[in-house]
Each structure stands twice: as structure tokens, then as C-alpha cells.
Design a protein around this ligand. Sequence first.
Ligand SMILES: *Cc1c(COP(=O)(O)O)cnc(C)c1O
Length: 356
Amino acid sequence: MEPRDLSDHTEYVAGQGIEEVARELGREPDELVKLASNENPHGPSPAAVEAIQDLAPAVHHYPKSAHTDLTAVLAEKWAVEPPQIWLSPGGDGALDYLARAMLEPGDAVLVPDPGFAYYEMSARFHHGRVNRYEIDGEDFSLTPDTVLDAYDGERIVYLTSPHNPTGSRFSVAAIREIADRTDEDTLLVVDEAYGEFATGTSARTLLGNRDDIAVLRTFSKAYGLAGLRLGYAIVPEAWASAYARVNTPFAASSIACHAGLAALEDDRHVDRTVETVEWARAYMRAEIDAPVHESHGNFVMVEVGDGTTVADELRERGIIIRDLTSFGLPEYVRITAGTESETKQAVSALNEVLTT
Ligand SMILES: *Cc1c(COP(=O)(O)O)cnc(C)c1O
């Protein structure tokens, strides 16, 4: 037998792992600098690490109360009702739940190009069709017309703000305008995976009296818990109860929930992370000898000419960055904000490569 026709489906291309590259180069992982996956340069919150260790002897229990506790804390943080928090395995899991809740077979979605690959994958898993809106390659700015020029009544429209990989963002006013000018039955999913690194307000502020916006958040970036797979959507009250009918039971593990609770209380770790990112973004813009786009995320996109060659040459020097060919941007690379020393090493190696 065969699986269903998956010929339209694409594989997710992740940034290379540090062990993988170390093996290929015949070096130790700790000799390498990995700035390819927008991970937290300071690692996880120490409070989260302690919570994970403390919970180990209790993992024979299902995470019922941990789920409830984390949901309650997040609901308070965002000033919404607990059912409006849809916990999930990573932000990616919440994308699946939203697609499950919204799509009938054959419904279309509208995704950004270039953009995050999982929107499209998730829509296809749920028997959706995929249309694209193009982000203008001059300055990669995100305006209502960027989306509305391509909009054709799709059931879900995905907005990434701050955007991966360009670092640009939508204003809250632009998001409101898009919501106003799309059909009543079109859901805007506003992906704020990098929200902590941007100034200004969350699209959560638009939820109050509307039922056509959902906001995605994750513990993978600012909270440094990418390996645990914990994220959530904040959804309108009107249809929040659908969660119970679409989620995979115990969407987030007990370890993830406890670590998430601890990380949420550890303001110092998030503040320090954001400070480092702000420093690294500014440093990279000032020091890299190539055009660096303004970024509101924990990474910058750099126009280098031949992204694959530049990324390969940096790799030889022990620095792993993301070549953006899989995003359809072969002339660009994306570099995650590292610690001060990692960032300086990366910039100096990149400048060396750029002049040779
Ligand atoms: C990292 C990321 C996510 C979520 O990742 P998870 O690890 O699944 O939480 C969502 N959207 C974008 C654009 C991202 O870059």
C-alpha cells in the first residue's frame, strides 16, 4: 500500500544542528558557533532547567493539572479567558490546531512568500490549498496591500510579525486594516514567534471585539525552550471552545508545562535575552560589510550575493548560519543574534569571507 498523494507536500528544511556539523567537520560541537535556528544565545532560563529536573520523578502522570495551571497563567498574562489559550507542542502545533478547526477539504489559505514553511505544510496536511502573497524584494516592507493585492477570499491568511526571515513587521494598524478588508469568514493568524524582540503592542490588542484574528506565541525563541516544544495560540472567545474538539489530548507535556511556568516567572532571563538581541542586531547592522535589513526579530537578513557559498565558507570557519535558498532568497543569509563573543566572531568571519 501507499500513503495518500503527498506529491504537493514539501519537507521542512531546518537549520543544521550543531552535532551534525561537528561530525561533518571532524570538530567538537563546543568549537562551533551556531547562529542558524534563531535559538536563545543564553540557553534556557535556569529556573526552567530546575523545574525540568524537579519534575523528572513524576513523569508517569498525565499533565492534566500542569496544563490547567499554565493555561491560567497565560490567560492572566494576556488578559483573556483560559479557554482562549490553546496550548500546543511548539507554535507549530498551534498552527495545526487552527487549521484543523478552520479548514474544510479544498479550502484555500494565503501564505507569505518568502516565509515560514510550516504554514503551507500544515494547511496541506489538513487538505487545504495554498496561495501566496509576495513580499516585495526591494525593502521587504509589510503593508496591508502586500496581502490584500493577492487576497482572494482565502479561509486563513498567515501574517508573520516580526517576519521570518526578513525581520520586517506589520503595524497593528495594518493588521486591523487587513482584518477589516477581508471576508468575515477569513481568519488572520498573526504569528508573533518573535514578538518579545519587537517594541510596540501585540496583535492581541485587536482581539477584544473581533472573532477573526488569532495570535501565535512560542516558548522556543525568547524563553529558550525550543527543544521542549511548547507554544500556544490566543484565540477569540467566540470559538475558543473548539480547542477541546481539535487538540491532541495533553497537547503539551508535563515537563514542558512546568518549565514554561518557571520560564514565565523568570523575567531576568527574558530581559537579558532581549538586551543581547538588541545589541547584536545593532552590531551586525553597523559592522557587516554588506546590506543588513532592519530587523525586529532575534536575527538579521544579509544580502551577500551567493548565500550558499557564503554559508559554506563560514561553516568551514566553524560558524553555522542559515542560507536562505530554501526560502527562495538565494542571495541572502540569515544570522541569529548570538552572545557578544559569538556575534563578533561571526561578523569578523563573514567580513573576511566577503572580501575574498
Ligand atoms: C520559530 C517559529 C515558529 C514556532 O516555532 P516552534 O518551535 O514550533 O514554537 C513559528 N513561526 C515562525 C515564523 C518561527 O520562526
